[in-house]
Design a protein around this ligand. Structure first.
Ligand code: 5GP
Length: 195
């Protein structure tokens, strides 16, 4: 998606350790017209598929998922990363190792909100090693729900997550796939795309 790639080129900052900082438009300050276009593009890519819910993970996935959900007309459920008195009753849990925080944490979703009748699209901001996606997929497996696919804003194609999950047959649609990046330049896959 050209609009997102241009934003990454113009406003993204490559940090040491293979992290891309996109806090000017994606996950701290948020560019709402960009989110709207991303939502439309997810809707285009998953058009015609039966989707009953969108699942994401707090915090950065929530905004993207909510704006995208307006194009799908379905509720958004987000996995919580901390225990809460409001998270009562039965819950699905899974362990996720965080790329950015370098630690493992538990994600939790109330059993009330995902069931075996659901056809679920996962949405998240980044795909790196795939740990967040795998954790969310495990929750869907516990629920007996059907995974439709995953919509990702930025995939770091030089890390393994995308390949591992596509090899399992999962439909992963990433709006910008970074092939290589360093302090001087960011190179995308499909750099000839105009839309
Ligand atoms: P994964 O679980 O695929 O290794 O990493 C995905 C999660 O880590 C995303 O939910 C995202 O929050 C975070 N993440 C991974 N790589 C980056 C990055 O380069 N920049 C930022 N800002 N977050 C990242």
């Amino acid at each position: 998606m050209k609009l997102l790639k241009d934003k990454i080129i113009n406003e993204g900052i490559v940090k040491a350790g293979g992290t891309l900082k996109v806090d000017r438009f994606l996950n701290h300050q948020i560019d709402i017209p960009l989110y709207n276009e991303m939502g439309k593009e997810f809707a285009r890519r998953f058009k015609g598929q039966k989707i009953t819910k969108i699942l994401t993970i707090e915090a950065s996935g929530i905004g993207i998922a909510c704006i995208a959900a307006q194009h799908f007309n379905v509720p958004v459920v987000f996995a919580k990363k901390s225990e809460s008195v409001n998270l009562d009753g039965d819950i699905y849990t899974s362990q996720v190792y965080s790329f950015t925080h370098e630690k493992e944490y538990t994600i939790r979703v109330s059993k009330k909100f995902i069931s075996k009748e659901d056809n679920v699209l996962i949405i998240d901001d980044f795909l790196a090693n795939g740990r967040a996606l795998i954790g969310l997929i495990e929750i869907l497996e516990q629920a007996g729900a059907t995974l439709v696919g995953a919509g990702i804003a930025i995939e770091k194609g030089f890390q393994q997550g995308g390949k591992v999950l596509r090899d399992k047959g999962i439909n992963i649609q990433s709006l910008a796939i970074i092939k290589e990046m360093n302090e001087e330049q960011i190179i995308f896959e499909n750099d000839d795309e105009f839309l």
